[in-house]
Design a protein around this ligand. Structure first.
Ligand SMILES: Nc1ncnc2c1ncn2[C@@H]1O[C@H](COP(=O)(O)OP(=O)(O)OP(=O)(O)O)[C@@H](O)[C@H]1O
Ligand SMILES: [Mg+2]
Length: 288
């Protein structure tokens, strides 16, 4: 996969964080923070523990309000949006929370169907085929739909959460530590799935991650949150060479992999023909 050329900022800007300051009880988390994300790119947010990554994600979701500055998503200023506009914007993004945040009492099917049913955007008889389609896209079997979250492996929980995040066909996807808690093999499979979906669905993705392999596999630009702001946002080979204590530590032992050619080679090695989701020719609706 080749990284998309950053699109024209005027027409294809999906996220604009402008001069944002965030504080809790007088404790400043972000100061004059700026970040722009363009259509179709995958941006990873890295930073030390407590540096404010999740808080930034929550600002982008409208779940926190900055003390100063503005956040625009698809050109809509979140703070100044009417309730109606905000609802409209929210349906254009999907979120995968770190914990998965599935409802334990609901089956996989009902968890994935929830946004469709709440929104009532499709006729009831379309819910089942759409849920089965998303299940297939994330590499799960139709029979998995009948399971409850407690019966799933960690990797399956992530996939189900991803299916739910994708059920409304969002243009923008937020992922908080999508591979955290997975064993190395499950993490690798999950990242391959993200690569595939990104190609199939033309998604813009913002993900918080501390996983270097995820950066190598799928990310176009890396944004570094340190010293209360985004100190750099650029391609991995450039960012990895920054002389900042956090960045040096983060890429310690990985620098020799960070040359552009090595990143390309690593990505090609992931593009094999294994069974990572995708839409099968025949959806087995009868399995439910
Ligand atoms: N609702 C809140 N009220 C008060 N303080 C908060 C709140 N949310 C976050 N914080 C504080 O803001 C800081 C940044 O937290 P945040 O969760 O954004 O960090 P993070 O970069 O995601 O860290 P980690 O890598 O450990 O997940 C922390 O000091 C945290 O205690
Ligand atoms: Mg966090």
């Amino acid at each position: 996969m080749t990284a998309p050329t950053p699109a024209s900022p005027t027409t294809d800007t999906v996220i604009e964080v402008d001069n944002v300051t965030t504080a809790f009880d007088g404790h400043v988390i972000h100061r004059h923070l700026n970040l722009t994300v363009y259509r179709d790119e995958v941006v990873a947010l890295i930073g030390g523990s407590g540096s404010g990554k999740t808080t930034l994600l929550r600002l982008l979701l409208g779940l926190e309000v900055p003390q100063a500055g503005s956040v625009k998503i698809f050109g809509h200023p979140l703070g100044a949006c009417s309730a109606c506009d905000l609802e409209h914007v929210r349906y254009r993004w999907g979120v995968l929370f770190q914990s998965g945040a599935l409802f334990s009492a609901l089956t996989v099917f009902d968890n994935i169907a929830l946004p469709l049913r709440e929104l009532k955007s499709v006729p009831p008889d379309m819910v089942k085929p759409l849920v089965l389609l998303k299940l297939a896209q994330v590499g799960l079997k139709p029979e998995d739909a009948l399971k409850r979250p407690a019966e799933l492996s960690g990797g399956m929980v992530k996939r189900v959460s991803l299916a739910r995040a994708l059920i409304l066909d969002p243009q923008l996807l937020f992922l908080d530590e999508p591979t955290a808690g997975l064993d190395p093999d499950s993490a690798k499979q999950f990242v391959k799935l993200l690569r595939k979906l990104r190609q199939e669905l033309a998604l813009t993705v913002v993900m918080v991650t501390h996983d270097v392999d995820t950066l190598f596999a799928v990310v176009d630009r890396v944004a570094v949150l340190a010293d209360q702001r985004i100190i750099a946002c650029g391609p991995l080979p450039e960012v990895a060479r920054l002389q900042h204590p956090f960045v040096r530590n983060f890429f310690l032992g990985h620098l020799e992999r960070c040359a552009e050619e090595d990143v390309k080679r690593f990505r090609l090695s992931l593009d094999d023909t294994s069974d990572e989701g995708g839409v099968p020719a025949l959806l087995r609706e009868d399995a439910l």
